[in-house]
Design a protein around this ligand. Structure first.
Ligand SMILES: [Zn+2]
Length: 157
């Protein structure tokens, strides 16, 4: 079995950094380009506290807790917010990811992620953010951007 993802790519919120376009660009050697291609080695790997939740998390998720689901308050307001955003924009839920990790274990979760995000062209990974494979350049269907966040150009009358 190929291991596209490792447990240290799974952020405390349930995000799989392995399908993030900044991680894929970084790890697949796509050069950094200001305003277009960003680079990131992953939330846990960088040993940063959670980028979304850190300020308001009294439990210091990522430091004192490995996952938000270890907290009785999950999902807190912060997590619910980012989860709602990802659910609507990228068809991915951090909370659902964490539930699966908790119920079925990390290995099963990583295997299902590898299945879900496998590049149909080369077998590597397509990004949750833009449907693109940063290894072979395959461009899958990009997620539908909802009105309000999309770059919507009104028709001039
Ligand atoms: Zn590919």
């Amino acid at each position: 079995m190929d291991n596209k993802f490792t447990p240290d790519l799974i952020a405390p919120c349930g995000m799989n950094c392995g399908v993030c376009k900044a991680y894929l660009a970084y790890s697949r050697g796509v050069p950094y380009k200001k305003g277009e291609v960003s680079h990131c080695s992953g939330c846990l790997v960088r040993n940063k506290n959670c980028a979304f939740i850190k300020r308001d998390c009294p439990k210091k998720v990522g430091k004192q807790l490995r996952f938000c689901h270890e907290c009785p308050e999950m999902p807190c307001k912060q997590l619910a917010k980012i989860d709602a955003l990802y659910s609507s924009r990228y068809d991915m839920s951090m909370v659902e990811n964490q539930k699966m990790i908790k119920e079925k274990g990390m290995d099963a979760f990583l295997a299902s992620q590898a299945e879900k995000y496998r590049c149909p062209s080369c077998g590597d990974v397509v990004s949750v953010h833009d449907g693109k494979c940063y290894a072979c350049g395959y461009q899958g269907e990009a997620p539908i951007k909802k009105v309000g966040r999309a770059r919507w150009v009104p028709n001039k009358k």
